[in-house]
Design a protein around this ligand. Sequence first.
Ligand code: ADP
Length: 483
Amino acid sequence: MIKLSNAALLLDACPLDGEWSHALSGKKVPVLNAATGEHIADVPFMGQAETQRAINAAEIAQKVWKTQTAANRAKILHSWVSLIQENSEDLARLITLEGGKPLAEARGEITYAASFITWFAEEAKRVDGVLLQPTAPDQRFIVSKQPVGVCAAITPWNFPAAMITRKVAPALAAGCAIIVKPAEQTPLTALALAKLAEMAGLPAGLLQVITGDAKEIGGELCANATVRKLSFTGSTQTGRLLMAQCAPTIKKLSLELGGNAPVIVFDDADLDLAVKGIMASKFRNSGQTCVCANRIYVQSGIYQKLSDALVNAVEALKVGNGMEDGVTQGPLINAKAIEKVELHIQDAVEKGASVLTGGQRHATGGNFFSPTVIANVTQEMRFAREETFGPVAPLFKFDSDEEVVNYANDTEFGLAAYIFTENAKRQWQIPEALEYGMVGVNTGLISNEVAPFGGIKQSGLGREGSRFGIDEYLEMKYVCVKL
Ligand code: ADP
């Protein structure tokens, strides 16, 4: 069992229609410790009926919430942040236990998660309309913004807190109600966050969490006409399915899907900066984020130096249970994730790549994999096409700028890209040529609450965070007045 300082944050029921509820069937589903496989808790296994109940409750609650002033909504959101901060150690422990990331990273995630709530509490106050110039003297054209209504969020396990607050905060700030279906691996963090929102004074029905049967819950959230918007973060495959399921009711959609992030290191790069950037981007959360470097293109003049320095840095990483001091690499999320990493490495080695360090499961056992660097990777290998989502840095060699931009863009994904160069011209020209929603120049860390997060092509639709993020939860209304 887990021990938390605040026992009220370990929940086995879902906040639904103003009550902490169990599944109608009484069924529960276990939550496992990602590092040890131990059983840590049970959560309700809910389905369509409970989802319908949540949607009905959300509809009623939202009608009142939207009439509140933005300042009143902000006050509750700020109280939520204070409670998250007070309970941050418990929340971080929950993230590490169920998701596996090292405790230091989990603490960072709580700060990151809270930053979206603070940000959108303030943005709520800046949702303004405009008066347009009329086309005749006896007309007035008013454009205002109104909350979308009842929203749904389906979230992944790799950021069990931040992927929820990045959706819930702008929804609540805009005057919407939202129903969250967290990933089956990490429901405890979601339930704890909802408990803190309730303690902060958020009225019932505005933030409901449903755990259980993903297909049934997702099916109802997509099919139900009362739900006006779906925000999803997860795989492109599931995103495609949900988009199709939302088509009959023409829902507004935000989709944050897969990436296949290239990192380009030019000959003129600052080597230390490049290695630091690659380590941050590639090995955070053991390579399991959608903006993690997936392909590392290194210009021939710096290739050897970069690969030597990277191998040194990777060999200094410490693999283990994220609850232990000094651990920098936790487990992968499940056996399937390990198998995919192995498949990508095997495919590359068969086609002529060589393992410089790592390359196999870690001695710790379970779902731990040794941080790996692979050299001589080419465009013909799986690493070039598919998201590996694991602690493997594949090094590709290139010569010209044009060649590397072509390689980088040769994918159906378009989320994040990174370049390392000291040349000012390249710092401008290469990001412009890259078909990506976000580009880091001389940095591997680009996500924050201030900037618009999101991708193009099959990496998704819409942007989260930033002053643009609240628009995803607002509809424009035009009123034409004839005087
Ligand atoms: P991953 O393979 O990394 O778990 P997914 O895209 O499958 O990525 O999962 C992201 C989220 O989508 C999770 O909350 C998961 O439960 C949910 N999900 C997966 N399949 C479906 C589905 N058919 N309907 C609704 N939600 C789904």
